[in-house]
Design a protein around this ligand. Sequence first.
Ligand code: SF4
Ligand code: ZN
Length: 479
Amino acid sequence: MTEEGMWSDLPFNVGLVYEGERIRGKQTYVELGGPKQPAKFELVQVKDVKDIKDMDVEIIGPDIPDMKEGGNYPIGVLVEVGGKQAEKDLEAVLERRIHEFSNFIEGLMHLNQRYDIWMRISKAAVKKGFNSLKMYGTVLARLYKSEFGKILEKIQVKLYTDPDKIKPIYDNAMGIWEARDARARDLSDDEVDMFYGCTLCSSFAPSHVCTVTPGRIALCGAINWFDARAAAKIDPEGPNFAIPKGECLDELAGEYSGINEITKKKSLGEIERVTLHTILSPYNHTSCGCFEAIAFFVPEVDGVGIVDRNYKGTTVNGLPFSTMANSTGGGKQVEGFVGMAIEYMRSKKFLQADGGWNRIVWMPAGIKNRIIDAIPKDIVDKIATEEVATDLDSLKSFLKEKNHPVVKNWVEEAEEEEEEEAAPMVPAGGMQMPSMVPMMGGIQVASGGANWKIILKGAKIYADEIHIKRIQPKKKKKK
Ligand code: SF4
Ligand code: ZN
């Protein structure tokens, strides 16, 4: 390869510089996988070296010249590797690198992982001579060899575009992924001294650092604690690294001094504190863009909704996954929104600081059915789906009818509000409008003869209009 990232036998460049390249619909020559395809996959399997034809790339199904411009086709990427040190334990981390290596290619964009993959090849790349998927497979094989040469003695790549050939491998892969995920289910965050991190996505989201614990698989769903540990062991300087737990600062929310310290360092000071098991903290775990699902707060019912990437409709808050993904991702800490893996819903620590399953009020039926065995029996029928609630009104009625645990909070909150409203806001002798005086570092409120200073530290407040209304004390309703 030349310094510019050029292999003389390939018509496109390959390198880190192309990693953040976006290929929009209009620029796309052909799309592979993505939401239009029911079955697609990428999978790495360790095999006996004698069964591998080194550096071989095979296309099973139509190749680029057989595809229509603007078309969408199924895809399956099977990478088979072998070598004395190539252990089964490494399959998941090797598999996750397909995302990175694919994105090194000029004119190719790769999103997501496992059964969710979505690729686009640009018109410009095809014009330049990118006219066979064989070139793509060759780049994968070469990059694996150059990065993992000590471990991988042989590698072969099979690229499937024939849906009949994809389906059986996809079905088998679903079982392989389930077995990988199941390994970490019995282990708890409390039983280990070491967590692990991943910064593979920092080229897309520079401040994003994933913390992977037994109770919190990475939000892409592709790297669990065992996988990250295996990767950190073979290459401690690579994108996966050990995070000594340090002191537990908040057991329920999952805040540890070790995570804070390493995240601060790896995010170049951007992220100082991280909580693992809540969406209602200002220190929520950051989200890059490859999360399988989003947990979102629904303030109107004081509950948490979940929407997965494959759900096409709008959720109860009127927003689809894509809109929420834009505001959740990018490596920010967004209170009330967190990207997560489907497998995280099986964790014993699943959003435990927010009330866990007792706080979940809505999720698409597809994903609910997929993980139904993980939902506690006493709550499963109380969680709404799009089949019974499509907006906030229907959600409220459903939760009330089912007596969902969040309903109890509505009553308590309403009572508290009534108490507050009924409490004397005025000094004896007359009604006085509370006065608000903006001042350096805070707002001063004079009410009921007392002065209060409200300090909004680090707050960013946006408002199209501000209405200041006189509040008339209401009479307390009879209970
Ligand atoms: Fe790594 Fe996290 Fe990106 Fe998954 S989402 S590849 S664990 S940084
Ligand atoms: Zn990511």
